[in-house]
Write a protein that binds this ligand. Structure first.
Ligand code: IMP
Length: 433
């Protein structure tokens, strides 16, 4: 049985939680493969809203095994808090499988994330301050501590002492902060390790075996294509690889295990943090997207920047991820606008670009070339079949499909499960030239 990858096509916050929820119901394993608790979605658990940042939301289905795979960075304190919050709501977290190879977010990573952002001043990245970048930096520098180290107190302490010596020098001498205490870090982390011990396993082998046994595996990307460390809008990116290729390295599966790669794309674009955003709209339309779309970060509480749909970015996401289909979210948010706009190309440096410009300076200066389509005034939340959407809304979806060259298979028009429309044939899609 092949695995499916689900990935955001924009700068994160595309509404992946909704799509994952739908697909999780048909999956046996739901896997996080990168990032850490910088992600977040709100789920309804035990009749109450709960914010999950690290545990795949598939945990809400008793038949799903949630997996935190090798490529994730884990703050064990946050993980245990989420497990406790789930247990309090009557959801058993004991099925959670945690890779021993996943790296740990340590207290000095949190501290360094804060002080380096402050140091960058007006050039700051606007990180979530969860220690993500510093943890991945230590992984690449080969001085990271991993989940498996939690099960060996002697090794854990040796590694911690070695690395803390350098971290404390940086914190005290460069950033004028107080040093961190190794004894208290070791005490806390080894206690977390005792609680997490039964969850730690070889998740790569677990997933490989599951696929051989015909089980369905969903690999759930956090953040989005444009926040990818290699393929995103560097340096305004996260420090991991959300793209489809990252799903393989992050889970330990080979490329032939995958068939579908589903791109979740919002009917408009949002971005948190700094960086270029060619279709940003600060007028009435952008305000409507922010207010009606409740565009406030789950993790940081920050207001998201909003703008028109960008087909250049979508085509880029199709190419980078090898997308096989699209899941379009939040179409309902655009109801009431007199017209809707789609950015079909950029103009930069005296040239027109249908694809991502090859240099960051061009992207920073890119002006959107828009197509305007008629808007629709009807609210969409009660529509239950795609063909019952207003003609203008269907035309908007068809144009997105045409510009992407990949079929739109689902359209979401509200937060509830039944507010997802399955789409037959929308428009004849063409592969982009
Ligand atoms: P970091 O991942 O905390 O290092 O933040 C780096 C950049 O990625 C910042 O611009 C964040 O706002 C952005 N970012 C990280 N996680 C998410 C997410 O889940 N949604 C949207 N943006 C994110």
């Amino acid at each position: 049985m092949p695995a499916t990858i689900l990935i955001g096509t924009q700068w994160g916050d595309e509404g992946k939680g909704k799509a994952t929820d739908l697909l999780a119901a048909r999956s046996d394993f739901v896997v996080r493969y990168q990032g850490g608790n910088n992600a977040g979605h709100t789920v309804l658990a035990g009749g109450r809203l709960l914010k999950l940042h690290l545990i795949p939301s598939g945990i809400l289905y008793p038949s799903v095994t949630p997996v935190i795979a090798d490529g994730v960075v884990v703050d064990p304190k946050v993980l245990l808090e989420e497990m406790d919050a789930l247990a309090e709501r009557g959801i058993d977290p004991s099925r959670l499988a945690l890779s021993g190879n996943a790296h740990l977010i340590m207290p000095y990573h949190l501290e360094l994330d804060k002080v380096t952002e402050r140091f960058l001043g007006k050039h700051k990245l606007g990180t979530t301050r969860r220690g993500i970048g510093p943890a991945y930096a230590d992984k690449a520098a080969r001085i990271g501590l991993r989940v498996q180290d939690l099960t060996d107190p002697k090794i854990f302490r040796e590694k911690l002492d070695l690395v803390l010596k350098e971290k404390n020098l940086v914190l005290t001498r460069v950033y004028n902060r107080l040093p961190l205490d190794g004894d208290s870090i070791a005490r806390d982390y080894l206690r977390y390790g005792e609680r997490l011990g039964t969850h730690i396993t070889d998740t790569g082998a677990l997933l490989y075996g599951a696929l051989r046994a015909g089980r369905r595996v969903l690999l759930e990307g956090a953040q989005g294509t444009l926040l990818d460390l290699d393929h995103g809008t560097y340096p305004f990116v996260t420090s991991s690889n959300p793209v489809a290729g990252g799903a393989l390295t992050g889970s330990g599966l080979g490329p032939k295990e995958i068939d579908d790669v589903i791109g979740v794309t919002k009917a408009y674009v949002t971005r948190v943090g700094s960086g270029p955003f060619p279709t940003e709209d600060v007028s009435t339309a952008g305000r409507q997207m922010r207010e009606k779309g409740r565009e406030v970060g789950t993790t940081t509480g920050r207001s998201r920047r909003c703008g028109w749909f960008d087909a250049v970015l979508l085509r880029y996401a199709v190419r980078i991820n090898g997308l096989t289909e699209l899941f379009l979210t939040k179409l309902d948010v655009l109801s009431g606008l007199p017209q809707v706009r789609i950015c079909a190309a950029y103009r930069a440096g005296g040239r027109r670009y249908e694809d991502m410009p090859p240099h960051q300076t061009l992207f920073h200066k890119a002006e959107a070339v828009y197509e305007s389509l008629p808007g629709w005034q009807e609210e969409l939340e009660d529509v239950r079949r795609f063909q019952d959407l207003p003609g203008a809304a269907r035309a908007y979806v068809a144009r997105i499909e045409e510009l992407a060259g990949v079929p739109v298979r689902h359209v979401s028009i509200g937060p509830d499960r039944e507010q997802t429309l399955e789409v037959g044939k929308v428009a004849r899609h063409r592969r982009p030239a």
